[in-house]
Design a protein around this ligand. Structure first.
Ligand code: FE
Ligand code: FE
Ligand code: ZN
Length: 276
């Protein structure tokens, strides 16, 4: 069965998100753990969490994906900014144990002139400080577009981070189709080649989620501007080939396209109809 959802607002809580997901034909969803700019998180509402867990079980809502604020930078040159990223992520991960067994995705960070190698070391250090042995959440490194000095736009950089983390089995990867294309990976005409490369460097078993976005920009542009499915440089056919690929078809897929709910509902309906 296709696992598909989109990014939803968390402002009305978990149960509301689950109901909203169902109303647009989704069976999973993604949300920001707090204000995407990284403010303080609302107190966790235990009643809402309990109601969500029942509702999700009854309605077949599978694994959900929490997204860290995108402004966190665990490899900033400024120790206060690194510390803020570590504390925020540690707090998110503690809260996520109230909804056990789900996924937490983050952008590895931007090394800002320190070089990728220094960035990789700092990101791994941060993870080593916040992961713990019996946590139930899997933490995902997102493949990045390579905008500015982003770390994680190559499979080799992701591998280098994973290599330095002690609790490797708590880690996975979230592919993002817009970011892959913008980073120069040819998922339109050589998907097999890209996945073979990923397998040899990182291992396909690390892929735990996929962001499905079209891109406003040509392959290799390193821009990171998402487009609606079928209206960008990747196209519906290439997205569907990726979603039905034997290595990826069982993964949960999340739309992060520039849409309101109706637009997401239409994209989900289209992809469900064509996916087999
Ligand atoms: Fe992201
Ligand atoms: Fe993404
Ligand atoms: Zn993006």
């Amino acid at each position: 069965m296709l696992k598909i959802g989109c990014h939803l607002s968390a402002s009305k809580g978990y149960l509301h998100m689950a109901k909203e997901a169902l109303s647009i034909g989704a069976n999973t969803f993604q949300f920001f753990t707090r204000n995407p700019r990284g403010g303080t998180a609302k107190d966790l509402d235990e009643k809402d969490v309990a109601a969500f867990r029942d509702y999700a079980a009854e309605n077949g809502i599978g694994v959900i994906l929490a997204h860290a604020p995108y402004t966190l930078n665990g490899c900033s040159a400024d120790p206060a900014i690194r510390d803020f990223a570590a504390r925020t992520m540690a707090d998110d991960l503690r809260r996520m144990e109230h909804t056990p067994g789900n996924l937490y995705n983050f952008h590895p960070g931007s090394h800002v002139k320190q070089g990728a190698e220094a960035g990789i070391a700092m990101i791994a250090d941060m993870l080593n400080g916040i992961l713990w042995e019996d946590m139930t959440t899997t933490v995902l490194l997102e493949t990045m577009a390579g905008k500015g000095s982003e770390v994680g736009s190559s499979f080799e950089e992701l591998r280098a981070i994973i290599d330095r983390v002690e609790l490797k089995d708590r880690l996975g990867v979230c592919l993002d189709t817009c970011h892959l294309s913008d980073a120069g990976y040819d998922i339109v005409s050589d998907l097999d080649g890209v996945l073979t490369h990923f397998d040899s460097v990182v291992g396909l078993e690390r892929i735990r989620a996929v962001h499905i976005n079209d891109s406003k920009n040509p392959p290799g542009s390193r821009k990171d501007r998402h487009e609606k499915i079928g209206q960008g440089t990747i196209g519906t056919e290439a997205i569907l080939r990726l979603m039905t690929h034997p290595a990826l078809r069982d993964k949960p897929f999340y739309l992060e396209t520039p849409n309101e709910l109706e637009g997401y509902a239409a994209e989900i309906a289209l992809l469900k109809e064509k996916w087999s």
